[in-house]
Write a new protein. Structure first.
Length: 307
C-alpha cells in the first residue's frame, strides 16, 4: 500500500482518540450549518418572482430578470460608486493599527502603556447608535465642538453631517478613531510572540530603535497584516449597514446611498424581496471573486495566503 494512501480505519481511530475535541467542535459545526449554510437556500429568491403566499418553492422562476433590472437602474452606478469610495478609503487607513502596534511595542511595560492601551480600546465598545449620536452632537455647526471652535475665529462652521462631500471622510475617520485600538491588538500579540534573542543580537550589533522596527518588527508583522488585508479586500463591497444608515439624511443621500442601505430600503421597506436578494447576491459574488483574486496575487508575490 502506498504511503500517501490513508486507510479509513486510521481516520476513525484518530476521531475516537480525540473524541473530546470533536465533541467541543460539534455545537459550533451545528450552529454554522443552521445559521450560515441552511439559509443559503433562500438565494433562490433572487431568481424567482417571490411571493410570501406561495413560498420559495412554488414561486415562478424569473431567471436573471432582477439582475438585469438592477444593472439598468439609475441607482446601479451611484450605489457601486459610493460603496467603492467608502471601502477604498477605509482600506487606505489599514496601516494605522499596524503603526499603533509598533508604537505600543516601543513603550516600556509600565502603567502608562497599560493606560494608553485601555484608552485606545475603549471606543470600540461604544454602540453604533451612541457613536453616531456623539458625532451629531460634536459636529453640529451651531452647538457642537466644531461649531464653537469655528465661532472663536469668527467663521461659520461647515455642516459635516449634512454634506455629501464630507460623508466618506466623517465615516472613515470616526471609524478609525473608534476601532484603531481594538484592531491593533492582533498586531501587538504578534509582536509579543517574537524571539527576544533577535532584539538582544540587534542591540549587540549596534542597531538603533528604528533599525529594530524596520528589520525585526515589520517583517514579523507582515504575515498577519497580509492575511487581514486579504480578508479586508474580500469584503470590499461589504460596507457596514448600521452606521451608514444612521448617518444618512436628505442632504448627504447622494454620497451615502450604498449597496447595503439600498438593499434594506428595496427589500424591507418596499417589499421587493426578489430584487433586493438579487442585489445582495451580486454583492456577495463580487466580494468572493475579489477574495480569490487577491489571495492568488498574494500567493504569487509572497509566501502568505489564506490557502
Amino acid at each position: 500500500m502506498k504511503s500517501g494512501h490513508r486507510r479509513p480505519g486510521r481516520t476513525w481511530g484518530q476521531i475516537k482518540r480525540n473524541w473530546g475535541l470533536y465533541a467541543l467542535l460539534f455545537p459550533a459545526a451545528v450552529l454554522t450549518l443552521l445559521f450560515a449554510y441552511k439559509p443559503m437556500y433562500g438565494v433562490l429568491i433572487a431568481f424567482k418572482d417571490y411571493s410570501p403566499a406561495l413560498g420559495i418553492t412554488d414561486s415562478p422562476w424569473a431567471g436573471f430578470k432582477y439582475f438585469e433590472k438592477f444593472f439598468h437602474s439609475y441607482q446601479f452606478s451611484s450605489t457601486i460608486k459610493n460603496t467603492l469610495i467608502i471601502s477604498v478609503y477605509s482600506l487606505i487607513t489599514f496601516p494605522i493599527p499596524v503603526m499603533l502596534a509598533l508604537m505600543v511595542n516601543q513603550m516600556r511595560p509600565n502603567r502608562f502603556r497599560r493606560f494608553f492601551q485601555t484608552v485606545s480600546y475603549m471606543p470600540h465598545f461604544i454602540s453604533t447608535v451612541v457613536m453616531v449620536g456623539l458625532m451629531m452632537i460634536l459636529l453640529s455647526p451651531s452647538t457642537g465642538l466644531v461649531g464653537n471652535l469655528y465661532s472663536l475665529f469668527g467663521k461659520e462652521a461647515p455642516d459635516l453631517m449634512g454634506s455629501a462631500g464630507w460623508f466618506s471622510s466623517v465615516y472613515v475617520w470616526s471609524d478609525v478613531w473608534q476601532h484603531v485600538g481594538w484592531d491593533s491588538i492582533i498586531f501587538i500579540a504578534a509582536l509579543s510572540a517574537g524571539d527576544p534573542s533577535l532584539y538582544e543580537a540587534a542591540t549587540v550589533d549596534g542597531a538603533s530603535r528604528w533599525h529594530k522596527v524596520r528589520y525585526i518588527d515589520i517583517p514579523m508583522l507582515m504575515p498577519t497584516a497580509i492575511t487581514l488585508l486579504i480578508l479586508r479586500v474580500g469584503g470590499l463591497l461589504g460596507v457596514g449597514f448600521e452606521k451608514v444608515y444612521l448617518m444618512q439624511n436628505d442632504l448627504n443621500a447622494t454620497s451615502s446611498e450604498i449597496l447595503s442601505t439600498y438593499v434594506y430600503k428595496i427589500g424591507l421597506l418596499s417589499s421587493q424581496y426578489s430584487f433586493s436578494s438579487a442585489i445582495n447576491l451580486f454583492n456577495t459574488v463580487i466580494n468572493f471573486i475579489l477574495l480569490i483574486m487577491v489571495n492568488q496575487i498574494s500567493k504569487k508575490l509572497s509566501e502568505n495566503s489564506l490557502w
